[in-house]
Design a protein around this ligand. Structure first.
Ligand SMILES: [Zn+2]
Length: 483
């Protein structure tokens, strides 16, 4: 028995079955890879999903198909309008109970008895149904007359053309949807033709039991969370605070439950950083936050706990220290040819002489030493002020103009370089080791989309590239110290 896996055979068979269910649904609904994965995971975790997008994008069919994968589950669909009455959603009043002076609804075939519900135009919900709806979403309870009953709802999938306005008083309802997806029309032409010629016949496929959902939920309770993931949560929280985005503790908590459920459904006992991209559909509030959030999650998932930025910053700092140290001391090495002052005609054979002259005559300008190659004096050739001339001599001509102060300072830089080199080696080794492991983990994680996998690996490659940048900086430092 390998450590960290559930022993229960039934639970162990889940990843494969869930993978098959997702593959079948993705075949049926083109270009809905992330939505299908999210909706399925939300169903297992007991969360609600909001689909925002134009009508006719197969949102309700998708929800229905999802429900059909749960054997014996009851699917409830309703298109809300501003005038929808409680009877239409929660069931008609029972006449026999009215005769006994009781106020009860007959809920068979209505929302209080559904396992999966699809509520179209959810934000049209009016005040007469909003409270009962919120109670069902939050507490999974329904107040039927004087009785409070538990409802079997797993997930409510809500759909809307657009996000609710802030003044509509629907913030509480919006907040109940942990998962949020924008859904567009099918983009690819081939996929569009498939949708066009689809006869809409029901596709039979792989199923699971409602009880399986309970078992996964139960398993999720004992799933632990990697220290790296917790650190990532702290970074995210800090990020949102700095952006003045409010995420409630309750919401944070729910997201972690979803990650735990995702791990449990895969037969894992631990949430590792490859689960972090799943948060991209849960933590944004306004659409403009979506891209930045995803980018951050991809970064966190690929970082492997190594802070490359710090290493890069240190090597850059060392380089700039060296540059400053060099600037402060002027070399007395001989120039290959003299430099001439335009104002007084004096000539200089080293940077030291040049600087001494510059201190005495700060307003004098100098001629380009190579300008003399041209016949006679060309009135248009450039004259340089001293700092500019020094820069040209050093960087364009490659002459020796500045030098490092010797002795103690030199040794200090050398020691710092050695330390940086050692840190760099360590990081490089972990990174290469991790790349193989990361790829395996990504391949095994059934909840990630192709796009997530691809982007995480690309980010990892990019990090390897920035390591080459660090390597280059370190080499430069080395050359400076030798030179
Ligand atoms: Zn002069």
């Amino acid at each position: 028995m390998s450590g960290g896996q559930f022993q229960d055979n039934a639970v162990r068979a889940f990843p494969e079955r869930l993978g098959t269910i997702m593959a079948e649904l993705r075949e049926q609904f083109m270009e809905r890879e992330e939505e299908i994965g999210g909706a399925l995971l939300a169903m297992l975790a007991g969360e609600h999903v909001l689909f925002i997008g134009p009508p006719g994008t197969a949102k309700s069919q998708m929800a229905k198909a999802m429900c059909e994968r749960l054997r014996g589950a009851y699917f409830y669909y309703y298109l809300l309008t501003r005038f929808t009455s409680p009877e239409e959603v929660f069931g008609p009043l029972s006449l026999s109970s009215l005769q006994r002076d009781e106020f009860r609804r007959r809920t068979e075939g209505y929302l209080p008895q559904a396992n999966i519900a699809f509520l179209d135009e959810i934000f049209k919900a009016n005040s007469s149904i909003l409270n009962s709806l919120l109670t069902i979403l939050n507490e999974r309870r329904f107040h039927n007359g004087s009785e409070v009953v538990k409802v079997p709802i797993l997930s409510v999938y809500g759909a809307s053309n657009e996000l609710p306005n802030e003044e509509e008083g629907l913030a509480a309802l919006y907040d109940r949807f942990l998962y949020r997806f924008f859904i567009a029309n099918v983009q690819d032409e081939g996929n569009f033709l498939k949708v066009l010629t689809d006869t809409g016949g029901t596709v039979s496929g792989t199923t699971m039991e409602v009880e399986d959902v309970d078992r996964i939920k139960e398993g999720a309770r004992s799933v632990t969370v990697d220290e790296e993931v917790l650190q990532a949560y702290l970074s995210l929280r800090k990020h949102f605070r700095s952006q003045n985005v409010y995420v409630s503790d309750r919401r944070w908590n729910k997201t972690l439950t979803v990650l735990r459920t995702a791990a449990a459904a895969m037969g894992r006992s631990k949430v590792d950083p490859t689960f972090l991209p799943l948060l991209q559909h849960m933590l944004w509030d306004r659409p403009e936050q979506k891209e930045g959030l995803r980018d951050m999650l991809i970064d966190l998932a690929s970082s492997g706990g190594v802070d490359l930025r710090r290493l890069q910053a240190s090597s850059e700092e060392l380089l700039s220290l060296l540059a400053k140290a060099k600037q402060s001391s002027v070399s007395d090495a001989q120039f290959p040819r003299p430099v001439c002052c335009y104002d007084c005609g004096s000539t200089f054979m080293s940077a030291k002489e040049l600087c001494r002259h510059g201190e005495s005559f700060p307003n004098h300008v100098y001629m380009d030493p190579y300008a003399k190659d041209a016949k006679g004096l060309n009135p248009s050739y450039r004259k340089f002020e001293l700092p500019e001339l020094m820069h040209v001599l050093e960087n364009v001509r490659g002459w020796k103009v500045t030098c490092l102060r010797g002795g103690a300072e030199h040794r200090l830089y050398e020691r710092e370089l050695q330390e940086l080199r050692a840190a760099y080696q360590r990081v490089r080794e972990t990174h290469e080791l991790e790349r193989g492991e990361l790829r395996d983990r990504l391949d095994q994680n059934i909840w990630l989309s192709q796009r997530d996998r691809r982007d995480i690996l690309a980010r990892q490659d990019h990090r390897l590239e920035s390591m080459s940048d660090i390597e280059r900086s370190l080499k430069e430092v080395e050359a400076e110290l030798k030179g």
